[in-house]
Design a protein. Structure first.
Length: 222
């Protein structure tokens, strides 16, 4: 008996997603996204957790955004409990691209403060996209607990997330400008400077924060 074409296409995609060649995996993910098949959602998510190539992961995410959100989002939320950091990070990244707010309750404090910087950064980006109206101040409060964390790239990610929340974040930033930890103070001042002049760039904002602190200021003057 001849196998239906849909089944042969799905089987071909499954084999392609596991191929040793990254270019073959990329083409397979593109094919799945071009012709979405709900039977492949689990495989796409499974592959996201272990795929070593960034550009293939991005195609896997795109393929997932092409699936029915009602089917893909619950499975992605389940993936947030994975012990594998890449699984959590890529699931968060994909949820941010889908933008379905049914995922908001999954944006827990544990994810927003995850010990892995890449997971935390993905959670910050997803949270500011998914946050419902009126919940921004609470989210800002959780994000502010991460001020001063990590390297410059991580700090810039957090600053961008805070700034994306709008004016509601300013009271939280002003409070952080007087924090006992100098790293927190510097990051808060730099974030406020960046929000006022985004074209100046983060490095300039950090330099400004250092000058303010060297002069004994808090960044709230003027």
């Amino acid at each position: 008996m001849t196998m239906p074409k849909q089944d042969t296409d799905a089987n071909r995609a499954l084999r392609g997603l596991e191929h040793s060649s990254s270019s073959v995996r990329l083409r397979a993910a593109l094919a799945v996204g071009t012709t979405p098949d709900p039977r492949l959602i689990d495989k796409l998510i499974e592959r996201c957790a272990i795929e070593p190539e960034f550009y293939v992961r991005e195609m896997l995410t795109w393929a997932l955004t092409r699936q029915s959100a009602s089917l893909a989002v619950p499975k992605l939320i389940d993936e947030l409990r994975s012990e594998r950091t890449q699984a959590r990070s890529q699931a968060l990244h994909t949820l941010s691209k889908i933008g379905d707010r049914q995922a908001w309750p999954a944006m827990t404090r544990a994810l927003l403060t995850d010990a892995d910087d890449e997971v935390a950064r993905s959670a910050w980006r997803a949270a500011v996209i998914l946050v419902p109206a009126g919940e921004e101040p609470q989210l800002a409060g959780v994000l502010a607990t991460q001020l001063g964390r990590g390297n410059r790239e991580t700090q810039l990610s957090l600053s961008r997330a805070l700034i994306a929340l709008g004016e509601v974040v300013m009271p939280t930033l002003r409070a952080a400008m007087t924090d006992p930890d100098p790293r927190v103070r510097q990051h808060a001042i730099a974030t406020e400077r960046l929000s006022r002049d985004p074209d100046a760039g983060f490095e300039y904002a950090v330099d400004e924060a250092k000058r303010v602190m060297a002069l004994g200021g808090t960044g709230q003057e003027g």
